[in-house]
Structures are given as C-alpha cells and as structure tokens.
Design a protein. Structure first.
Length: 566
C-alpha cells in the first residue's frame, strides 16, 4: 500500500504511467491547431462517405468564427447548439470558441419546457440547428417565447457529396425554412474569408467555454461551467491513460453518441482532435450500421454506452463480421454489466473498458488500466491529476477509511468551476477544500479502486442520460385524473434503469391505462424520460409527517426482482 493513505491508488498505477504527470491546459482550439500543423491533409471527419481534412476543417472553423462575430458573438455571448452528429457540430462548436463566445449544448431529446428553461437560464441569444422536421420547427417556435434572437439553420446533407435516401432519412424529413434578418443559413455563416478577430485567453481556468446542463447532484438542470482548462485538462488525462493504446494520426473513431452529451463531446470530438484521428460520424445508433462500419472501415476506437454494446451483441452480424481492427472500446454514461463486458471481449476480441465520470468532471474521473486484472463492480482508479476520497454521508469533513461507504468526492483540473448563476448550488456541491460532492455513494478499497454502489438522490440513469423523477412527476400531475404520483427508477435490462410511476387517482376519476398515459406525456417529456411502467394504487406511501415516501416503493421493487424466476 502507498505510504500516503490519501493517495492509496498510486501503487495500482501501471509502471509506464504517472498519477502526478503534468496536465497541459490552454485554449480548446489549440487542439485543432496542432492537428492541422502535424497532419494537415489527414481526414478529420468522414460523414456519409465524404471526408473533410484537418486543413479543410480549420478553414471552415475560421470562416464560422468570422460569421459568428458578424452576428455579434464575442466574450460573454452564449450560442446554443441544437444539432445531431453532423459536421455542423464540429464547425460551430470550434467556431463559437474562436469567436470568443461560449457554447451551450441543447438536447433534441428535451421537451419544449426544458428547452425554454435552459434558454432563459443560460441567456442564449443565438441557436444553431438543422432544417430537420425534428429540430427546426421547435426552435422557430421558441424564438417567439424565449430570449432567442437569431437562428442559424444548416442542411443535413450539405457536407456530404452523395448521401443515399436511406442515409438522408436517418433523422427524418427536412422542412422549408424562411430565411430573413433573424434566420440565417449555415452556408451564409461560412460565406467569408475567415478573417476573424482573435480573443486572447490569458488564463484558461477563468475562461468559460461550455455551459453543459445537468441536474448536478440534486434538483432541476443547472449549467455546469466548463472552462477551457477543464476541457483541455480532461483531454490530457485521456491521453495519459490511453497513450499506450493509440497513435497520433492513426486512429479511426466511430462516433455514434449524440454530441451534446459531455461523454461524446470529450471522447468523440475533442480527444479525437488531440489525437488527429479520423472521426466517422453516424447520425444515430443502428447496430447493423455500426457493425458494418467497424468491419468495412477498420474502425480502431468505439466509445459507447452499455445499451449500445448490448444491442451489438444481440445482432447476428456480430459473430460474422471481422471486428479485429478494434483497439479500444470504452463504455460510459451508466454502469456496465459484467456479463456484457465479458461477452463483448469474446465476440469482438477487444477489451471493453469502463470508467466513471460526470458532467461536472468533464467526463473523466476514474479509469481501468489496460492490463489490470478484472475487478467486478469497480469503475477503476482515479485518472492522473484527480484526487478522490470517500466522505462521511453526514457531511462532516475528512475521508473515510478503505472499505467504508460514503459520498464520492473528487478534485482536479477537470472539475467544473461551478454552476452558472447558482452560487448556492455551487457552495452546496463543494467541500470547504474544493472537492466536488458527486452525489454517488461508494467506497475505495485498500489499493485505491473505486466502487459505486448507490446515489444519494433520486436521479435515474437511463441509457447514460440523467432523468429526474420530479420533472416526470410534474408532467404527470398535469393529467386531470391524477391526485398524487411518485416516480422511481427500476432495473431495466436494456436501459440500465427506467422510470416507473405509482399513481393515486382523484376521487371519481376515470381510470386510464399505460398507453393513454404515454400518449398524454408524449409532448411533455423527452424521449429519454419516457416511462417504462405504471401502477395505479389506492394510496401511496407517506412519511410520518405526511410527505410522499419512495423508499417503500423502491424496496417493493427490489423484493419483486428477488422473487422473480431466473
């Protein structure tokens, strides 16, 4: 064991890796600058068969920066990205930062009320989206009721030479867009020579790059402030733990995760830029397409979430195609079942690694060393430069001894600067000495391996997305027949967890079935928030003081699982 019990993971580090390695930070766009300098003609993006080299990507980003500045983007201006996996995201993200602005990521899965709340809270004034029926009408309508002033609308196929009808239809049909002084085409944004004004970044740790919305450890979504230092430090941590596996300018990364998610933003885009990798963009996950791409394009790196790997293993092509080009597969966003991890390595011939992180840690937190023996249930050891300790659940200071359960707390250059305009939430989430209280309950063993066993709050983790029962409950309460509702997370073989609603009806109200409730909630909840089950009861459990209590419902579901036939 290490002489320093606070850093007990040091002895678990591979001989070739140092926990105290230097983590260089700087402007995010420097990642692209270096890739362009070292590999200018190397493909950066492969979208539906069309390639964009690093030199071409740099030119597009500079033109986007100039276009954004003509629309008023500068330090302090927040630009929203409401985009799927297309080149627009890479170009707009880096263009906004080059112009001096801040990116705010928006999820196409969010319900209208959530989008409206985030636009108001973040003070987003410009929004970049596509002319898809699933995206543009939503933002066009929000311009009438929110603080949005300008839309920039691209076309799904404008960065590919010959998309098939099937490929173009992956995200649904396009709609007609009316361009005017408040609505500009993405092409017009790029219609310039790229002569933008550079804004110097004197201290990357004080320069806000991204507002990434999350519920944090409790409550409604809040904007985690991620600085240029957070993003580049996380990239440096990723390179440190993957350096033996990957080579600069040699990797082919399959990007299927949605880019608005912090995991995808860091792994698929920024870390790929740092490695000068070729990123194969798929607008959405389809098991057959993913397997065919790995086979045909000799993909070397595939980051995903457990549901994706479950889907791949269930497809008959998994056992027929050649997947041996894979060097690195990583699962994040949700706990990975051990059975899936073992089966995937047998089928793909590539170890499926697992780590732990969250939005507030810029996705990095723990990792599993490549040659370390499997430790079922563990998410690994702290990444370079990050300190993790287990704090008492009563909030008292100090760290618990090895093996004792408490709240997982983390500190490091990758940890958020706090929550946007929420000093109260920031203070609640941070310890006096600068550790983030993650809201996860876990323990650390004698050798520094971390095990996550529960959450301190009611948040449900569905396919890697944070789902908040309170928001689902508020939507259900809008049904005229509902008197009371409690939503909890139940185990789900595919999503990891899924929401289940327990409902008490108003006296005399007409009962309804699950399908009726699903239809009622269709426009009120995002796709990731959809219920898996519903149960109508005469009464719901309460605490002694009369508040609704969920612990009895959780225990009932646990006992049902134990009694269920294997």
């Amino acid at each position: 064991m290490s002489a320093n019990a606070e850093l007990r993971w040091l002895d678990s580090y591979p001989d070739s890796m140092r926990w105290d390695t230097s983590l260089a930070t700087g402007p995010v766009w420097a990642l692209l600058d270096k890739a362009v300098a070292d590999f200018p003609e190397h493909p950066a993006i492969n979208f539906l068969g069309s390639r964009i080299s690093y030199r071409q990507l740099d030119a597009l980003v500079r033109r986007a920066a100039c276009g954004f500045q003509r629309l008023g983007v500068r330090p302090g201006v927040h630009v929203g990205l409401y985009l799927p996996n297309t080149p627009h995201y890479f170009i707009a993200f880096l263009g906004v930062l080059r112009a001096g602005g801040t990116v705010v990521n928006y999820s196409p899965l969010d319900a209208e009320r959530t989008l409206t709340q985030k636009i108001h809270d973040s003070q987003t004034t410009l929004m970049v989206t596509l002319d898809l029926a699933s995206l543009y009408p939503q933002m066009a309508s929000l311009c009438q009721i929110s603080g949005l002033q300008t839309l920039i609308v691209g076309s799904f196929t404008e960065f590919c030479d010959a998309a098939s009808d099937a490929q173009a239809a992956q995200l649904g049909p396009s709609v007609e867009v009316t361009f005017d002084q408040d609505c500009h085409s993405f092409a017009s944004l790029l219609d310039n020579e790229g002569n933008f004004t550079s804004w110097p970044i004197n201290d990357p740790a004080d320069s806000l790059a991204v507002l990434q919305y999350t519920g944090g450890t409790t409550g409604a979504p809040k904007g985690a402030m991620l600085t240029h230092a957070n993003l580049t430090a996380s990239c440096a941590q990723l390179q440190a733990i993957l350096d033996e596996s990957l080579q600069m300018g040699q990797e082919r990364v399959l990007a299927v995760l949605p880019p608005f998610h912090i995991y995808a933003l860091m792994i698929n885009m920024l870390f790929s830029l740092r490695m000068a990798a070729e990123v194969y963009l798929h607008p959405r996950f389809d098991a057959e397409s993913v397997l065919q791409e790995i086979h045909q394009s000799r993909i070397t790196t595939f980051p995903g979430v457990p549901t994706m790997f479950i889907g791949l293993l269930a497809h008959p092509l998994a056992a027929k195609l050649d997947l041996t080009s894979l060097k690195l597969c990583n699962s994040g966003g949700a706990p990975l079942p051990l059975e899936v991890q073992q089966r995937y390595q047998q089928v793909a011939g590539c170890a499926l690694r697992e780590g732990w992180g969250m939005t507030e840690t810029t996705t990095t937190g723990t990792f599993t060393p490549r040659d370390a023996p499997a430790r079922p249930g563990s998410c690994g050891i702290p990444v370079p430069g990050a300190q993790i300790r287990i704090a008492p659940l009563d909030g008292s200071p100090g760290a618990l001894p090895a093996g004792e359960h408490g709240e997982v707390c983390i500190a490091g250059l990758n940890v958020t600067a706090g929550y946007w305009q929420r000093p109260d939430a920031t203070a609640e989430a941070m310890t006096a000495d600068g550790f983030l209280r993650t809201g996860d309950i876990g323990y650390m063993d004698e050798e520094g391996w971390v095990y996550i066993v529960d959450r301190t709050k009611d948040m449900i983790l569905c396919s890697g997305y944070n789902v908040y029962p309170r928001m689902i409950e508020e939507a259900i309460y809008e049904h005229p027949a509902v008197e009371e509702v409690s939503v909890i997370g139940v185990e789900d073989a595919y999503r990891g967890q899924a929401p289940k609603a327990f409902i008490k009806l108003r006296t005399g109200a007409e009962p309804f079935d699950f399908a009726t409730l699903q239809n009622f909630l269709a426009t009120r909840l995002g796709k990731h928030e959809r219920l898996a089950a519903m149960e109508i009861r005469d009464a719901l459990p309460r605490t002694p003081v009369g508040k609704l209590s969920k612990k009895e419902l959780v225990e009932e579901e646990r006992q049902k699982r134990q009694c269920a036939p294997a």
